[in-house]
Write a protein that binds this ligand. Structure first.
Ligand code: ASP
Ligand code: MG
Length: 411
């Protein structure tokens, strides 16, 4: 029997009625002949509440204990879900991450999955049961509970789909798919029918927020089609899949805005071998995720180096910079917290010219100053003042016609 993984996010299981609705959807898939594995998140704002509870007792809680605590949110959902299915006359069994040997590394609060024991799930499916797995959590080799980072249930779902050889993983959420841009900011954004893994990865890591980036990586690596769709109706959402030729016809698929960022610049770094290695070794040791590194030589003796980080890593980064000072000679540090990044993404950029010009032109017309520019093969990002970021996004979306479906765009 074909296996289908259905993941329900926090809003889709927020209360008893919503759990029932999700359960009915699962039963329908089972009636259509699928062996169904459900992955569920903590209900509603439960995880936020648990974080708040922790911070009330300790402003800097030990990460291991944080994982121990946060994993309970998902554990509640899966058992309730199994009870709901049972009440509807269906056999179901729930598992924590540990119970299905969802093995991770030991990096608490941001653990990465290493392996999953699919056998226990297969056994239960073979007995005709619906299996419900707690998202977001695993265990390390010492049986400590770990979590995969906020939003990590998506990753659990796609990883399980990969481990079970499921062809598709449905992600049920409170939006009906992936939009060309953030509809809360760009009101005219439209739903995409499909998007490639690579584009989605750029969007996800740039804060599009709908999908956990690691989930998309798993999908790409293990060939799992991901269907992001609404839990409140039957409409087809957005399919995340491998790139198909027609995707190249679209110049820009989406635009993003990322606000919770900071930029760190090291000014006048000695221009000698090994300095960049030392700098980034310290940042890595402090577990700071670094993006958009720009280094430019300003004379034969000196270089400037800057990079972007998430604001939540700023304290760690500041400490790392203080340590770097002991090893690397530079004149000044320059930290900006009032910065945001606006990006356009599209695999079509590989084959179209003039995309950068069009983006910069739109920003110029909107009188937005560009602080720095970085690009990848399928992305152009501009750092701008945070208070101009929304205006910048709007301008960019308009110029690339992200207010209409790809097929209806002019260029
Ligand atoms: N409950 C976790 C969170 O709120 C994981 C998830 O929802 O994916 O981040
Ligand atoms: Mg989520």
């Amino acid at each position: 029997m074909a296996i289908l993984v259905q993941k329900f996010g926090g809003t889709s299981v927020a209360d008893a009625e919503k759990i029932r609705r999700a359960a009915r959807r699962v039963i329908k898939a089972a009636e259509n002949g699928y062996s169904v594995v459900v992955v569920a998140s903590a209900r509603g704002k439960q995880t936020d509440q648990l974080v708040a509870d922790a911070l009330e007792l300790n402003p800097n809680p030990p990460k291991r204990e944080m994982d121990q605590l946060l994993s309970t949110g998902e554990q509640q959902t899966v058992s309730l879900f199994a009870m709901a299915l049972d009440a509807m006359g269906r056999q179901a069994i729930s598992f924590t991450g540990g119970q299905i040997r969802m093995m991770t590394d030991s990096v608490h609060t941001k653990a990465r999955i290493r392996s999953i024991d699919a056998e226990r799930i297969h056994n239960q499916l073979d007995q005709g049961k619906i299996v419900i797995v707690a998202g977001f959590q695993g265990i390390d080799e010492f049986e400590n509970i770990t979590t995969l980072g906020r939003g990590g249930s998506d990753t659990t779902a796609v990883a399980i789909a990969a481990a079970l050889g499921a062809k598709e993983c449905e992600i049920y959420t409170d939006v009906d798919g992936i939009y060309t841009s953030d509809p809360r900011i760009y009101k005219k954004a439209v739903k995409m029918d499909q998007i490639s893994y690579d584009e989605m990865l750029e969007m996800a890591s740039l804060g599009a927020g709908v999908m956990h980036p690691r989930a998309v990586e798993f999908g790409k690596k293990y060939d799992v089609k991901i269907h992001v769709r609404s839990s409140s109706d039957e409409t087809i959402g957005t399919i995340i899949t491998h790139e198909v030729p027609q995707m190249e016809g679209v110049v820009v698929s989406g635009a993003t805005i990322q606000k919770d960022m900071a930029k760190i610049g090291l000014v006048g770094v000695d221009n000698v071998p090994g300095n960049a290695a030392k700098i980034f070794a310290h940042l890595a040791k402090a577990k700071v995720v670094v993006n958009d590194i720009i280094q430019t030589e300003i004379s034969s003796e000196k270089a400037n180096l800057s990079f972007m980080i998430e604001i939540s890593d700023l304290d760690a980064a500041r400490k790392a910079v203080a340590e770097i000072r002991n090893e690397v000679n530079f004149t000044d540090v320059f930290i900006r917290e009032d910065i945001a990044e606006v990006s356009v993404i599209g695999v079509g950029m590989r084959t179209h010219y003039g995309v950068a010009e069009k983006m910069f032109g739109a920003l110029a017309e909107a009188k937005v100053n560009i602080d720095s520019i970085t690009t990848s093969e399928i992305r152009i990002s501009c750092a701008v003042d945070e208070d101009q970021a929304e205006k910048a996004l709007e301008a960019v979306c308009n110029v690339f016609e992200l207010d209409r479906p790809a097929k209806q765009r002019g260029s």
